[in-house]
Design a protein around this ligand. Sequence first.
Ligand code: DON
Length: 573
Amino acid sequence: MQRLGLFAAALPISLLLSCGTAGPQTPIASIHPAAPAGLVRADSGMVVSAHPLASAIGERVLREGGNAVDAAIAVHWALAVTTPWAGNIGGGGFMVVRLADGRTASLDFREAAPAAARHNMYVDQQGQVVPGLSEYGHLAPGVPGSVAGLFALHDSLGSLPMARLIQPAIDLAAAGCPLTGHEAHELNAARPLIGRHSTRPNAFTSRSSWAAGDTLRQPELAHTLERIRDGGAEEFSKGLTARLLVEEMRRGGGLITAADLATYHPRWRPPLQGTFQGMEVITMGPPSSGGILLLQMLRGMETADPSIWTGGRPALLHRMIEVERRAFADRAEYLGDPDFVRVPVQELIAHEYVDARMADIDPSRATPSTAIRAGSPVPEAAHTTHFSIVDPMGNAVSCTTTLNGAYGCGVVVGGAGFLLNNEMDDFSAAPGAPNAYGLIGGEANSIAPHKRMLSSMAPTIVTRNGRLFMVAGSPGGSTIPTTVFQVLLNVVHHGMDMQQAVSAFRFHHQWLPDTVRAEIGAIQPADSMALVEMGHVIRIRHAIGRADAILVHPDGTLEGGADPRGDDRAMGF
Ligand code: DON
């Protein structure tokens, strides 16, 4: 590194019981059937992302001598083209970086509320949240942060010219990407959303139906990326792209103004640091809740009776569910944008606090969520995409970026060819009103001009004995922290390799609603029965998370885990 300037639908339990068989030797969860048979290993550098073309672009940057940050920038631009449901320039995200010399940093390029946003903007005169208003159309986007974020990252830690890093994305947008079956399906499903909310013709709805193998060309996006290549971050904040975005807002009655775009700034923040069984966990702090949740859950497992790791599976699953339930109750009460509300971060992750919080877990009974309130820390704290990168020098990047929902708010900026996010739905529209992920929140996450909405994203880097051990993260809204939590436990406690760890089926509890959401295969039938007897309510859910991760062995070799729930791909050399 040369420049270091900065230091599903819910189905009842009967279905869950109808598949698979339990036995004392069966592992904690079964492995996704689409998991690749082989394990991708590498000696020097590796990229794991949601799209094979984006992974290939990142790998090439590494091979040409670029560092992990260069590769991350190139992969982010590429995903904006290959993976339009989540990859973006009209959204935002979080990135955690660990340099080979041990220094760490995290970048918050989360969207912010426009200046004209108001506390009750999604509530009608009766005080009821208007369905869909924060999710679809021109009132749903926050001021995008991705372009400013990528340039801030490049200014501080990049080593190759930005033009080199953005060009592959421009070429892909102009020439077009062949669609996988997955992507064709996603695009067809999004057609009504994009058709209803976009005010100008666009690439995504240019055909009435997409099929695997079709080529998606995005000429307007190619031109936008060219302008950004030539004009830098200012092209997005003040140039023609900004003007096109503001015109789009005017046509559709949205709030984002030229001043909002011109005054948006990404923020370098100290990453959140915690420990788990002697390892150091470096993850994202507020305005994401992901890191706090992850550290609370890991601590909740560390202090469990050691017999849960060797005894019956129901005891282990029960502990994980109860730990998840309690962590999410704190999220709803305390977490929001630290530039606007005081978030008691260190208090919430303090071991004494978490230990007291987990102390009332009854090993034989589920605690109803109605009996759980947010704790009292001592006063003093479906569709996103994640990629993980390690370069030959040992620098690591963990980045999660999003439009929030698939294809964001459905608005394609006329003439500029990119989708806008619907991140405003991550605010708490009214006390107790659930957002798209069923998350509720209070005043700490209420809407205010320029405030950043609370996230669950948890880009994470783990070190062991001072050496890089794992780079991991996932999309999945509220299920992100639980996905990262389970991937880490799968490696550390269940002896899985990186691919198995991301492929294994997962489950999730988020306090409210008071149900365990589980992928088929996450919980063995006999264990489900035991958990139901303890008082848990279990519902089947479609895919939970899409984790992309890298494991680093003590000899420096790399092991990739690309989630089989999507087209994700690990590539290394
Ligand atoms: O920031 C958040 O927590 C959400 N906007 C993330 C959305 C997400 O992961 C959707 N993915 N499936």
